[in-house]
Design a protein around this ligand. Structure first.
Ligand code: SF4
Length: 337
């Protein structure tokens, strides 16, 4: 088992079961995430026999950075996993610090029509440690702390629920990577049962919903998940989530030319979201070589924005990062290119 995927509470349980005091888990966490050692033999406050036992039970193996591409304010990392699969993560520099967008699966089964990342069907889920290590390796490469994490890279995080929850607990732990819950965002295409489960976790993380259409007919065409979990039910679930968690939800809306960017659709979206504690993030689409959609014109995006605003919806237009190195939303891949 890899040590970087273990929650502190599970490590405490491990020590108790082995006749040790549970505070040892804090000591191990401090060595891992504060002093950043890479072997148990460096943990000088752990006795030798216990170091040996830990070394038998846990590994320190790290995924590898295979390639790094840089553009203004953005770096894209390609990671090679132990089984030869690849995933990508993107580091962005903002005025308020660094954020990283991590992948949660190799490939994705959700089949969103506009998404390059989902062109490769899911090969497997990432384990928690493979997500933690994306953060640790990028922090090491950067030589600075990462301030926020978005789980919005390759994969549908709620389709890999347990591993993603473990990942969040490790990075959120004040003795772990120590990223505040309000600086962690999970983005989903709308797996209703899992959103309900997430509402029960008592985590203060941000939830982002990829909506991308103001009505169910269009959403059916863009996002096959809508056939299993239709828009009407999704909106109801989002309302319940907000009620339960008291947290504002982000609605992601990729602007596709002549598909979902006209005035009627803006009004429809505003009516759909009226009275909800949400804010809409309009995302300029990033064209790829393979997919037929075009990015909406700037005037259309502005028009759409104005209509939402006039109709009382909180809305922003996402600042663009990484289009030149295919590091933008929906452009990440699970292969070496
Ligand atoms: S947008 Fe997200 S959920 Fe949809 S196919 Fe791409 S990676 Fe999967």
């Amino acid at each position: 088992m890899n040590i970087y995927g273990i929650k502190r509470i599970d490590l405490e349980e491990y020590f108790l079961q082995n006749g040790e005091k549970k505070f040892k888990a804090v000591q191990i966490y401090e060595w891992l995430y504060d002093k950043k050692v890479s072997s148990f033999s460096e943990m000088t406050n752990i006795k030798k026999e216990l170091q040996d036992k830990l070394a038998k039970d846990f590994s320190f193996e790290m995924i590898k950075i295979k390639k790094k591409q840089e553009d203004k304010l953005v770096k894209k990392y390609l990671f090679e996993l132990f089984d030869g699969n690849y995933v990508e993560a993107v580091l962005m520099e903002h005025d308020y610090g660094y954020s990283i967008c991590v992948s949660s699966q190799v490939g994705c089964n959700m089949g969103c029509a506009f998404c390059e990342s989902g062109r490769l069907k899911k090969v497997r889920d990432l384990e928690a440690f493979e997500m933690v290590e994306q953060v640790l390796l990028v922090e090491k490469d950067l030589g600075k702390r990462i301030d926020s994490v978005v789980i919005m890279g390759i994969g549908e995080p709620l389709d890999n629920y347990d591993n993603v929850m473990n990942f969040i607990r490790v990075i959120n732990d004040p003795k772990g990577v120590s990223i505040g819950a309000r600086h962690i965002t999970l983005s989903t295409c709308g797996l209703i049962p899992k959103i309900k489960e997430l509402a029960e976790e008592e985590l203060q993380i941000n939830l982002a919903i990829s909506l991308h259409a103001p009505n169910t007919q269009l959403r059916d065409k863009l996002m096959p998940i809508n056939k299993a979990y239709p828009l009407k039910d999704l909106i109801k679930t989002i309302k319940e989530y907000i009620e339960k968690t008291n947290r504002r939800v982000t609605i992601e809306y990729i602007m596709l030319q002549d598909v979902n960017d006209n005035e009627t659709q803006a009004k429809e979206l505003a009516s759909l979201l009226k009275g909800m504690n949400v804010y809409v993030n309009l995302i300029p689409y990033n064209e790829t070589n393979h997919i037929e959609f075009k990015r909406a014109k700037k005037t259309q995006v502005m028009n759409f924005y104005d209509i939402l605003k006039k109709m009382g919806i909180n809305v922003t237009i996402r600042k663009e990062f990484g289009g030149k190195i295919d590091a933008a939303c929906g452009q990440l891949r699970s292969k070496e290119v």
